[in-house]
Ligand binder design. Structure first.
Ligand code: UD1
Length: 433
């Protein structure tokens, strides 16, 4: 699948933000520790959710999907093993490790897949779990965990890893005494996981702060929970408005969770006007201003997931800006592709200098990971002429109905099927040149 985008249009209207990808994935994995029925609302229809549902079905649990409501019945017994092919389809499959340790006391899992953002080790996950008493070995490329007992006590993360915090929170509910987690990740998705676990009967508090407190829980109950909205999708459409010189209203938008993106855009001259608690209007100025320096940091710092989105927007600013990527070592996958569209970006180690350009032009480009792909969509929407974006399966992992949402606000975008892609679209691109 590919996206064909004709850029240069002003957009207007309303975009409804979907449920959060990074919140729903660990929550879906956590449903298995309850052994009960969970009804989850506001689940985005994205391929990462489909993959997680495939894993749950493989385990033998009953799943029903009705629009954005997913019901998981995890009352059946099953075996804590996931085939390699399913594990490698996404990064957050690793959260089944904590869920299996909790429910079964043991797990055998292949390493996870997900976006290629440089090395993505799981040493912090394994370090805290082994401090808690989990025996960890490697067997035929699989991580084998055996848990004779999981000790309560105080544990510290060497770095506030999002995935490690989620894994340990879920596993720790089975410990033999209260657990205190120091230096956990504080991302809003961690708070959402806590809120879900509480809704299912767990005694856990402190998510979003420097200390999480967990009282082990044996008895869970059926529950109904609404997943939080996606702050990175919110940042994406804010960037779309800013880069295309448009006015867009976003509903279901968790503005309080994306303050660093809002601050950056405001410094660029964008008006970000909250209307209702979850509704915001974003108005682009006539000319965007550059930013001195943006550094990605763990929450509440500037999110690494919004770095590529901001970079595409900065291409339309008048002057030079700088971004420092501190979280992932290889998160400039979009740079070479943006350059094909006329971008002037210079990368030195983890620092990128972005020089605004008078015009971007349409080009044939490749999405190399999820947010890199979204940044190409933003650039293509403000470029002159047509762009053909390949490998959009990366984008579809995390954005619900992106094409429909963009069409609704006036963008000239379409999804091309395999048969259309090689003939007509490429001709269209050639005609343009
Ligand atoms: C999650 C998000 C991802 C986001 C990232 C940082 C999901 C599904 N993905 O990824 O979108 O970009 O948080 O906000 O929620 N690290 C280690 N050892 C570990 C764990 C992590 O060295 O055991 C390193 C990673 O390589 C990376 C950094 O820590 O450089 C951050 O990783 P982490 O916070 O764990 O991110 P993920 O959970 O993978």
């Amino acid at each position: 699948m590919k996206y064909l985008i004709e850029g240069g249009r002003k957009l207007s209207g309303t975009v409804k933000i979907s449920g959060s990808k990074n919140a729903v994935l660990p929550i879906l994995a956590a449903t298995i520790i309850t052994g009960k029925k969970t009804v989850l609302h506001n689940c985005p229809r994205i391929s990462d959710v489909d993959c997680t549902i495939d894993i749950l079905r493989h385990l033998g649990y009953e799943i029903t999907v009705d629009g954005t409501t997913v019901t998981v019945d995890s009352s059946k017994e099953s075996t804590p093993e996931v085939p390699r092919e399913l594990m490698e389809r996404l990064r957050s499959s690793i959260i089944f490790l904590g869920a299996f340790i909790n429910r079964f006391g043991y797990a055998k899992l292949y390493p996870p897949g997900g976006c290629e953002l440089g090395k993505r080790p799981i040493d912090i996950h394994l370090c805290v779990l082994s401090e808690m008493g989990v025996n960890i070995t490697e067997e035929n490329c699989r991580i084998c965990c055996h848990t004779p007992k999981l000790s309560g006590g105080e544990y510290r993360f060497s770095f506030p890893s999002v995935g490690a915090t989620e894994n340990v929170m879920i596993a720790a509910l089975r410990a033999d005494g209260p657990v205190i987690l120091k230096n956990p990740a504080k991302e809003p998705e961690i708070v959402d996981l806590q809120n879900f676990l509480r809704a299912a009967g767990a005694d856990i508090s402190g998510a979003g702060t420097d200390t999480i407190r967990i009282i082990p829980t044996q008895e869970f109950h059926d529950c109904e929970y609404t997943v939080c909205s996606d702050r990175i999708e919110t940042a994406t459409y804010m960037a779309v408005a800013a880069a295309t010189g448009s006015t867009l209203t976003l509903t279901n938008a968790p503005l309080r969770d994306i303050t660093k993106m809002t601050e950056a855009l405001e410094q660029m001259g964008v008006y970000v006007i909250p209307k209702l608690p979850d509704m915001v209007t974003v108005i682009a100025p006539r000319q965007l201003k550059p930013l001195n320096m943006i550094t990605t940091m763990p929450h509440p710092g500037f999110p690494t997931d919004a770095q590529a989105l901001l970079m595409a927007t900065l291409l339309k600013a008048q002057g030079s800006s700088m971004i420092v990527e501190n979280i992932f070592e290889n998160r400039y996958n979009h740079v070479e592709e943006l350059k094909k569209m006329g971008a002037a970006i210079f990368v030195n180690g983890n620092t990128a200098t972005i020089n605004g350009v008078p015009v971007l032009h349409g080009a044939e480009v490749y999405a190399k990971d999820l947010r890199a792909g979204a940044s190409l969509v933003i650039a293509a929407l403000c470029a002159e002429g047509r762009s053909l974006i390949h490998n959009v399966h990366h984008i579809e992992r995390g954005y619900e109905n992106m094409i429909e949402k963009l069409q609704k606000i006036g963008a000239n975008v379409q999804m091309l099927t395999e048969s259309e892609q090689n003939s007509e679209s490429v001709c269209l691109l050639k005609d343009e040149k």
